[in-house]
Design a binder for this molecule. Structure first.
Ligand code: AMP
Length: 570
């Protein structure tokens, strides 16, 4: 398929902000895509060349991109660079210089999505000496085949700035519509997507094998499955209703969730909650797992904690320092970690996640040897609320966040905030309100002491049904001076000139600056009240910034449905 056809769709999408219209445009387009191309097309509509967990990095320096545009257009590098700066968008600059391309530089063939896909993968794989030159000439070879409009979008894909406002859920909706004629079948797609979070694979399976094929999608070692999340209750007494009888009570740790996969060759891969590959950041953890988890092939989950010399947990922010590309070994020495293992999802050729918790736990205990850096989660099995409360306070005394209550007969509900897991945290017990993971969608300029900086952030919750973001609070409290200085830098990458398509904001709340919904912050709030100003229809009272949640994607933020349910319970 020609890239031009996809570019026509990008052009249409760029001009609209209605989620429903986007779905229709995409669905109509998907219907025309040959089956063998649908996987690549599904990725490219999200501006990706593969699923996120593959962790593909093109590794093209901005200088190289400018050089490639210059080579393909016959313009000087200085000219291209000036234009990029003037336009503030390399895509628009590429479009303009290619318009002015001398007639002598005729396009060399047409640009197909296959060629684009293969060449971009080649660029990613090119390493070693002279890599930047090789990458540059590969990109230039693509740009030489591109029309000005194709060059605009190709450049944005390469830079990772293709912002069509299309989310994964919108693509799933559109696929359901295109292939089954009914949006309601999206549920089947979503269930499959929770086990196989790869839109390309979902699209391909649906195109070739239909809904039946999707229902058979299995967990694969080396491909992460979406992580299960926990529900919340108002008081511990509510537990007896939600989970009658004996329950498993585990410590709730405030660290980084990790899914560890070991394949039959012995290779261990670590995935974060965002489904990024984080193996390179935790070489020490890989060693600990090799030594202490004894099975040929497994998928397990746990929480990584940074610990002090006495083994006590250190704050989440300390652990986040381990998220780095350089000096990894040194930081591994300076900030040792421990993994509290709580789940087994796959073992030696067999999926386990749909088995009852009790059975999964028994299997986990068989393969786990407690040792340096690896521990089973603290655990108690009981139906006695008093014992649960005592265990909760013990966990707090040890520096943990609270407890997790798990149904003994419950399966692991991939990608779902299911009732088989319930969290009980210190904020709830002390009636301090609750914490929310919200997405920053805008900022207001500061005044007085904060002039010249952002004074407050506009935060939103995620509406899963519509794949959109609805605002719920203006956040100014808890932002320290240090943080206020850091904010513009941290958010600059996501700054956009106009309201992003998936963000819904009322006129009263319009911010001075808009951001792509990417950055997630954890916010403590006292109460939820009705609000005519926020598009959720509810607002958080006395919101207070706690910290950034770089381990979460915007789509993993607290949902609008959850906040509404919490309000209804009060
Ligand atoms: P929350 O982010 O508040 O919704 O809580 C869910 C998170 O708690 C999970 O994503 C895990 O990272 C973390 N967690 C800590 N301890 C446990 C545990 N024992 N079982 C499951 N999740 C846990």
């Amino acid at each position: 398929m020609q890239f031009k056809l996809l570019v026509d769709v990008y052009e249409q999408l760029e001009k609209i902000s209605s989620g429903n219209t986007m779905r229709e445009i995409l669905a109509n387009f998907f219907k025309t895509v040959p089956k063998e191309d649908i996987s690549i097309v599904a990725h490219l509509t999200l501006g990706q060349i593969d699923s996120q967990y593959e962790g593909i990095v093109l590794g093209l320096a901005e200088k190289s991109i400018i050089k490639a545009i210059a080579l393909a257009s016959g313009q000087s590098e200085t000219k291209v660079k000036e234009l990029v700066q003037k336009k503030g968008d390399a895509g628009l600059a590429a479009e303009e210089v290619l318009h002015k391309k001398p007639r002598t530089l005729v396009p060399v063939g047409t640009l197909t999505i296959h060629l684009l896909y293969e060449t971009l993968h080649k660029i990613a794989q090119t390493s070693g000496s002279g890599a930047q030159e090789k990458k540059t000439s590969l990109l230039a070879s693509l740009l030489q085949k591109a029309s000005p409009l194709e060059a605009k979008y190709l450049t944005r894909i390469v830079l990772g700035t293709l912002r069509m406002g299309v989310g994964e859920m919108t693509v799933l909706d559109a696929l359901a519509l295109a292939y089954t004629g009914e949006k309601k079948n999206k549920e089947i797609l979503e269930t499959a997507y929770n086990i196989c979070p790869d839109v390309g694979e979902i699209a391909k399976t649906l195109a070739h094998k239909g809904l039946k094929g999707l229902e058979k999608i299995e967990i694969h070692v080396g491909r992460p499955i979406k992580m299960m999340l926990a529900q919340r209750i108002e008081s511990l007494d509510e537990l007896t209703k939600k989970m009658p009888g004996k329950v498993a009570v585990e410590g709730k740790y405030d660290g980084e969730r990790v899914q560890a996969h070991k394949d039959t060759t012995g290779k261990i891969t670590l995935f974060s909650r965002r489904l990024d590959t984080i193996t390179a950041q935790f070489p020490d953890l890989v060693k600990h797992l090799e030594k202490h988890v004894k099975a040929k092939e497994y998928v397990i989950e746990g929480e990584i904690l940074a610990i002090d010399k006495k083994g006590r947990p250190l704050p989440f922010q300390t652990l986040m320092q381990r998220r780095r590309k350089y000096d990894v070994e040194q930081y591994a020495k300076d900030i040792p970690i421990q993994l509290k293992i709580f789940e087994l999802l796959y073992l030696d050729g067999k999926a386990q996640f749909q088995e009852p918790y009790e059975k999964r736990l028994a299997q986990l205990q068989k393969i786990l040897r407690e040792g340096e850096g690896v521990m089973p989660a603290d655990r108690l099995i009981t139906d006695d609320l008093e014992k649960i409360d005592r265990f909760f306070h013990e966990m707090l005394d040890q520096g943990y966040e609270g407890i997790m209550l798990k149904s003994l007969s419950g399966e692991y509900q991939a990608g779902t905030r299911g009732w088989n897991w319930i969290k009980w945290k210190k904020e709830y017990a002390k009636d301090l309100g609750d914490t929310f993971d919200l997405v920053v969608v805008g900022a207001y300029h500061g005044r007085g002491k904060r002039s010249g900086m952002y004074g407050a952030l506009l935060c939103a919750a995620y509406n899963r049904e519509n794949d959109s973001f609805e605002t719920v609070c203006k956040l100014g409290t808890g932002l320290t001076d240090e943080l206020l200085e850091e904010l513009p830098k941290k958010l600059a990458k996501y700054k956009v000139g106009q309201k992003p398509a998936r963000v819904h904001v009322s006129r009263e709340m319009e911010p001075d600056v808009w951001f792509e919904p990417k950055i997630v912050v954890e916010v403590l709030a006292a109460e939820i009240t009705k609000s005519p100003h926020h598009t959720l229809g509810l607002a958080l009272r006395f919101p207070r910034f706690l910290h950034f949640r770089d381990d979460k994607t915007a789509e993993q933020a607290t949902t609008t449905k959850e906040i509404k349910e919490m309000k209804n319970k009060k």
